[in-house]
Design a protein around this ligand. Structure first.
Ligand code: UDP
Ligand code: MG
Length: 256
């Protein structure tokens, strides 16, 4: 394992918080306050980067005209249309200037209270601190699909990707620089974060309920992300296609 990196004192460190937003106007003010309150106890500087992923519900106006206006630590990126969660996240990561970077959702499912635990682990020398999500509040079918996906991914992936760990977590600057230098186009952030290595640890967190009942990532979007994860971190799907091709060839040639 890598040697722990020497950290600057927290008072001299900046933490970037990356928050992709697609139509979350109802909770943005509360979210901002809770994130700032939680990190205030650490004494570090913060920059909060919202990525407005083509919202149409007034999120853009609230972010620009009120939240960023009232607090200079808040920055807002506006994407030209709705690109999707992973793309919005990547745009935010590319603009982060902090010594450590926290990635979280804007729908209140990722508890701001956990941020101090991430920072504490980072101070202990870990470069990646990921949230292990417990007590998910989604319905039975969605929870079962998540369970099946994480088990399948662990079974076939050539990189060890922790179970039940999504985007929520902290990465150090060195990890971010590595992820950005990869130039991946079809991204599964949680997988890339594992792949780069460094010192990694998990913190168990309770996955809260969404503030409304309308997930912004569609079911098809989740399936597409699962496909990206499985194809990017395993050669099993390709092996399966080779096997099908070989069997087809055998069957075909036995009839000719
Ligand atoms: N999101 C986004 N662009 C999209 C869909 C979602 O920026 O096209 C944001 C959304 O506002 C939230 C986060 O990505 O902050 C996760 O979305 P969601 O809660 O729908 O995902 P889930 O928790 O169901 O995985
Ligand atoms: Mg959510």
């Amino acid at each position: 394992m890598n040697q722990p990196t020497q950290r600057k004192p927290l008072e001299q460190s900046t933490i970037s918080i990356i928050l992709p937003v697609y139509n979350e106007v109802a909770v943005l003010r509360t979210l901002c306050r809770q994130v700032a309150d939680s990190l205030a106890t650490t004494g570090c500087q913060i920059e909060v980067i919202f990525i407005n992923d083509g919202s149409t519900d007034g999120s853009a106006e609230l972010l620009n005209q009120q939240l960023a206006y009232e607090d200079s630590r808040i920055r807002v990126l506006h994407l030209s249309r709705n690109y999707g969660h992973q793309e919005a996240l990547h745009a935010g990561l590319s603009h982060a200037t902090g010594d450590a970077i926290i990635v979280m959702d804007s729908d209140m499912q990722d508890a701001p209270g956990c941020l101090v635990d991430f920072v504490a682990q980072w101070q202990q020398g870990f470069d990646v601190v990921y949230a292990i999500r417990e007590k998910r509040k989604e319905g039975l079918i969605k929870r079962s699909l998540f369970l099946a996906f994480y088990r399948l991914l662990r079974l076939v992936a050539t990189t060890e990707i922790p179970r039940d760990a999504g985007n929520f977590g902290l990465i150090g600057r060195c990890v971010l620089d590595n992820i950005l230098s990869m130039g991946e186009y079809d991204r599964y952030y949680a997988g890339l974060r594992s792949w780069v290595g460094f010192r990694q640890t998990g913190v168990v967190v309770e996955r809260l309920a969404r503030h409304d009942l309308q997930p912004r990532v569609s079911f098809l979007g989740l399936c597409s992300l699962a496909k990206t994860a499985l194809f990017s971190f395993s050669s099993a799907p390709l092996g399966l296609f080779y096997a099908i091709a070989a069997i087809s060839l055998l069957v075909f040639s036995s009839f000719t």
